[in-house]
Design a binder for this molecule. Structure first.
Ligand SMILES: *[C@@H]1O[C@H](CO)[C@@H](O)[C@H](O)[C@H]1NC(C)=O
Length: 349
């Protein structure tokens, strides 16, 4: 583990003693840290001015994304612990997701792909001094039969290994991960869980335990059917005396610079061109709102027929689509409610 707190002390001592090997060590360390910064940096230097305000708050607490990838019982586990962890956040992704989506590609995780919303959630968590533990599901979606006991053991083993057993544990599950987490919380002691774009499986439980953790639903109300189910589950939990809250995530208009703000490696010019393309094809309305979900919009075809060039093209497709889905606000991972979510977590530690 790379702990920021120890670094200045070590540097200071080495410089004072002025031994050649120490200087070499210091130089090595400096090069290593610079490499970490450059390889894991989430800031795109080519970004426009307007994006800066949005990111200012995050920069105040800049934490180096530097995860560790492990395989525990054949399952991929990616984690990062800040220097002074106040709690542990377990995250379960949605169908087709992976722990690799939660960090940018960097030394600790060269295969990471850093999807815009996922990686922001992790950076926000680290900035709030939460250790983050993300596990990849066995199949495309979570199955309690296949993943339940495995994840339970993994969490326990990991907490013991890192001396975090006494730290409060909180959970975030998105979509399929939300269903999974809602059941996991009957067997693992969480202080609070957030079910993102997921109603949980409360209607399938024989009974909800009396000590079930406080639950926060992060819901996109455009998904009316899921919304009705969430309302029923909110009632069920309240009747049991379990604290429940619901936050609604609404659609918002895209702007010409939205994509460059959110997607690393997508520059200002390309963002403008994409916005113009989507407008001219009628994918977004006059105010900038997506007319349909990104998955149901033939934007990839339109892009192929256009002369817009994208660096790392195939890599960015998933990133762009995530942002289009988010703007449409029907069913997507979201970091836009991070402030409220982490405030809620903190009030339950
Ligand atoms: C923006 O990115 C595209 C490819 O992704 C590239 O062709 C273009 O030169 C870049 N523009 C600027 C101003 O960096």
């Amino acid at each position: 583990m790379f702990r920021r707190g120890n670094k200045p002390l070590f540097l200071w001592r080495s410089v004072r003693n002025f031994h050649l090997p120490s200087i070499a060590a210091v130089l090595g360390l400096v090069i290593f840290i610079s490499l970490l910064f450059s390889l894991c940096s989430r800031e795109n230097p080519a970004k426009g001015e307007s994006s800066r305000a949005h990111e200012t708050k995050r920069l105040q607490f800049q934490v180096l994304p530097n995860p560790t990838v492990e395989y525990i019982e054949e399952a991929q586990v990616i984690w990062q612990i800040p220097s002074d962890p106040k709690a542990v956040l377990f995250i379960a992704h949605g169908c087709g997701g992976s722990a690799l989506n939660f960090w940018d590609s960097c030394l600790g995780c060269p295969n990471c792909v850093g999807l815009p919303e996922e990686k922001r959630i992790v950076l926000d968590a680290l900035a709030q001094n939460l250790a983050v533990l993300v596990v990849t599901s066995t199949d495309v979606c979570w199955s309690y039969r296949k993943d339940g006991s495995r994840v339970k053991k993994t969490i326990q083993w990991w907490l013991e290994k890192h001396d975090l057993v006494k730290s409060p544990l909180v959970g975030l599950g998105a979509s399929s991960g939300g269903y999974f987490l809602s059941v996991l919380a009957t067997e693992v002691r969480f202080r609070g869980i957030v079910l993102m774009i997921s109603s949980g499986l409360f209607d399938r439980m024989v009974s909800i335990p009396d000590n079930y953790p406080p639950t926060l639903f992060l819901h996109m109300p455009k998904d009316v059917r899921r919304g009705r189910k969430i309302d029923r589950h909110v009632e069920m939990l309240r009747k049991k005396g379990i604290e429940v809250q619901k936050i609604e995530c609404l659609e918002f208009p895209l702007t010409p610079i939205w994509l460059t703000d959110r997607v690393t490696d997508l520059n200002h010019t390309t963002s403008l061109k994409l916005f113009e393309l989507f407008s001219s094809k009628g994918f977004i309305d006059a105010k900038g709102y997506m007319k349909n979900d990104g998955r149901a919009t033939p934007w990839r075809e339109a892009l192929k027929q256009s002369n817009i060039l994208l660096k790392y093209e195939s890599k960015l497709m998933h990133h762009i689509e995530e942002e289009l889905n988010l703007a449409y606000a029907y069913h997507e991972m979201t970091s836009l409610q991070s402030d409220q979510m982490f405030k809620w977590f903190k009030s339950h530690l």
